[in-house]
Design a protein around this ligand. Structure first.
Ligand code: HEC
Length: 147
């Protein structure tokens, strides 16, 4: 029994080391190397932007995204400002509509430029929730939410 726990502990330590290295490699990848295939662009969002999808996304967004994208989605989060990054303004609907849901899914999963990948921390469903949430900033501005 004790032997089993020792093996388990060693495995845990090793998998921790290798996943830390993977993250480093991915972030070092230049953004220009990212090619987006037609399958990615045309991928349909399987998650409807329901209240529960948006609520789930808001939790993740508050922890992992607000520091760069800002509470209002304006791209002026503290970390973005201090790193001199200029994330796009989510409230600009015309700019956001240049991306399909599939492309937003890809950017959130794999990162882009100064943006870190979220794919290892969230499930695909949570990423689609985030796509819905990111889109909701533009909709909020054009039509006030019904109470
Ligand atoms: C370290 C700062 C940082 C963090 C943290 C971050 N982003 Fe970004 N994000 C950026 C930057 C910078 C861009 C613009 C990338 C580019 O175009 O080169 C961007 C672009 C995007 C885009 C593409 C939109 C567009 O118009 O280009 C989406 C969608 C997005 N981020 C969502 C998220 C989500 C969701 C999270 C949290 C899971 C997140 N980001 C976390 C900095 C960040």
């Amino acid at each position: 029994m004790r032997k089993y726990f020792a093996v388990l502990a060693i495995c845990t330590v090793f998998s921790g080391i290798s996943s830390a290295q993977e993250t480093k490699n991915e972030q070092g990848k230049p953004a220009a190397d990212q090619k987006v295939s037609p399958e990615v662009v045309n991928r349909k969002n399987p998650v409807v932007p329901s209240a529960s999808s948006l609520a789930e996304a808001k939790k993740i967004f508050t922890v992992d995204c607000v520091m760069c994208h800002g509470q209002e989605g304006d791209g002026k989060g503290e970390l973005a400002v201090s790193m001199k990054l200029t994330p796009p303004d989510y409230r600009n609907e015309a700019a956001m509509n240049k991306f399909t849901d599939g492309e937003l899914f890809d950017i959130i999963t794999n990162g882009k430029g100064g943006m870190p990948p979220e794919g290892k921390r969230a499930t695909p469903e949570q990423i689609w929730d985030l796509v819905n949430y990111v889109r909701s900033f533009a909709q909020k501005k054009s039509s006030p939410p019904a109470k």
